[in-house]
Structures are given as structure tokens and as C-alpha cells.
Design a binder for this molecule. Structure first.
Ligand code: ADP
Ligand code: ADP
Ligand code: ZN
Length: 216
């Protein structure tokens, strides 16, 4: 099964992709995580994209398409993947269609996660994650069972993304509405789009996505 989670920054794509990965044996492919790893490693690509990400703008289609093209051909993607954060432009969506066709594969579902812009600001400014295993948390909506201790790995170190601040959120939301939202009619036209209520609680959103996958 090949799946796209589509939605604005903070919609819950990463949270749900990690759950689906565990439950369905699919691989989560987060382009944001890949880019952050490139920045941390100090590679040429990393140095090239660092400032763009900090401003909340989109990295160029050429870089993103090459990155995903390499990644989906790796062996661990053979049974299916969940794209989280890609595609974000029509050019990326068209390139993805072409790559999948070349590989004799297709998209099964594109799930739109609908969340109000106002709620997104609070989701993003309250987001943090485990520095060791990457598990995601939120100051108000998803706290670890024991304060300061990761549920998944027991680590006591956490980190916040540099771009998760109120100023950058505005440009990220603008980028979503201007450049990514046109993908909704694009996928609707192909008959693969389904929407879920991303404002619901995390468990409820998972159930809604499971229902889409089951039906699809
Ligand atoms: P995205 O990958 O779409 O940017 P995340 O999955 O990182 O979004 O979620 C953003 C923040 O909101 C995280 O801190 C996460 O814990 C929290 N979150 C995710 N889903 C929900 C939800 N349904 N209700 C409330 N908070 C949520
Ligand atoms: P979020 O879901 O919170 O918006 P991501 O982790 O998906 O965050 O992305 C972080 C940043 O990485 C984006 O603001 C953008 O600069 C860059 N990025 C990630 N994926 C893409 C993509 N497919 N195309 C262009 N830029 C991307
Ligand atoms: Zn952890």
C-alpha cells in the first residue's frame, strides 16, 4: 500500500504516520526529517536548505524530487510507504506519478487531514520530540505519561525544532495554502482523495484513517 498524508504544518501527519508504520508494516517517509538529517550532517544539500527551512519556505522541487526518487527505490519501501510532507507542489506530485509509473506502482490513498489554521499555530508552538528516539509530544495535547521521560525509550532529553516558532508558522501556512493546497483537486480528480477530521483527538483521527484504508 502506498499512501500520502496531506495537510498543513502541524496537522498531525507525523503523529499518524508513525502509528500507521507500526500497525501496518509501512515505512514512514518524512521529507522534513530527511532534510533535518541533512542539515545536521552538514552535507552540501543540508547547507543549501538550512536557511530556507528556517524561513518557512519550500525547498526547490529539484532537490526534493531527487531525494524522494532515491528513497522510494530502497528495499525497505518495497511493501509500501507513507509519504509525510511530500509532495508539496504540483511539480512534485507530477514527478511522483511518473516515478511510480516507472516502477509499476501506484498510489492507493491520499488522506487529507483537515485542521483549522488557528489550531495549527498552537500545535506547532507546543510541539517537541524525544532527542533520542524521535517520539513526538505536545505541551498540552500529548504529554509523556511521566513528565520529562519519553514513553517510548525512557530518555529525558527532548528537542524543539528551530522553525516551530510563531513567526515562521505564518510563512509555512502561506506556503501550504499557495503551493500545496492545489494538490487537493489534483488528487480528487484521480479519485484517490479522502478527508479526515484532523481536529479530532489523536486516537479518533487514527480510526478515521484506518477506515479510509480499509475502504480503499
Ligand atoms: P505534522 O507532521 O503534520 O506537522 P505533527 O504530527 O508533528 O504534525 O503534530 C503537530 C503537533 O500536534 C505535535 O506536537 C503533536 O503531538 C500534536 N498533535 C498531533 N495530532 C493531534 C491531534 N489530533 N490533536 C491534538 N494535538 C495533536
Ligand atoms: P511540517 O509538517 O511541520 O510543515 P516538515 O517537517 O514536513 O514540517 O517540513 C519542514 C520544512 O522542510 C518545510 O517548512 C520546508 O522548508 C521543508 N520541506 C519538507 N518537505 C518539503 C517538500 N516536499 N518540498 C519542499 N520543502 C519541503
Ligand atoms: Zn524516546
Amino acid at each position: 500500500m502506498n499512501l500520502i498524508l496531506l495537510g498543513p504544518p502541524g496537522a498531525g501527519k507525523g503523529t499518524q504516520a508513525r502509528r500507521l508504520q507500526d500497525g501496518h508494516g509501512l515505512i514512514q517517509l518524512s521529507t522534513g526529517d530527511m532534510l533535518r538529517a541533512a542539515v545536521a550532517s552538514g552535507s552540501d544539500i543540508g547547507n543549501q536548505v538550512k536557511a530556507i527551512m528556517e524561513r518557512g519556505e519550500l525547498v526547490s522541487d529539484d532537490v526534493m524530487i531527487a531525494m524522494i526518487k532515491d528513497r522510494i527505490q530502497e528495499a525497505d519501501c518495497a511493501d509500501g510507504f507513507i509519504l509525510d510532507g511530500f509532495p508539496r507542489t504540483t511539480a512534485q506530485a507530477e514527478a511522483l506519478d511518473e516515478m511510480l509509473a516507472d516502477m509499476g506502482r501506484a498510489l492507493d490513498n491520499v488522506v487529507e487531514m483537515r485542521v483549522d489554521d488557528l489550531a495549527l499555530v498552537g500545535r506547532i508552538t507546543g510541539r517537541y520530540s524525544c532527542a533520542k528516539c524521535g517520539a513526538g509530544y505536545h505541551d498540552d495535547f500529548q504529554k509523556p505519561a511521566t513528565e520529562g521521560v519519553c514513553d517510548s525509550c525512557g530518555s529525558t532529553e527532548f528537542s524543539r525544532r528551530k522553525d516551530d516558532n510563531a513567526e515562521t508558522v505564518t510563512s509555512r501556512l502561506e506556503a501550504y495554502h499557495a503551493q500545496t493546497a492545489p494538490l487537493l483537486p489534483y488528487y480528487d480528480g484521480k479519485g484517490v482523495l479522502a478527508g479526515v477530521d484532523g481536529m479530532a483527538e489523536i486516537d479518533e483521527v487514527t480510526l478515521q484513517i484506518e477506515a479510509v484504508l480499509g475502504a480503499g
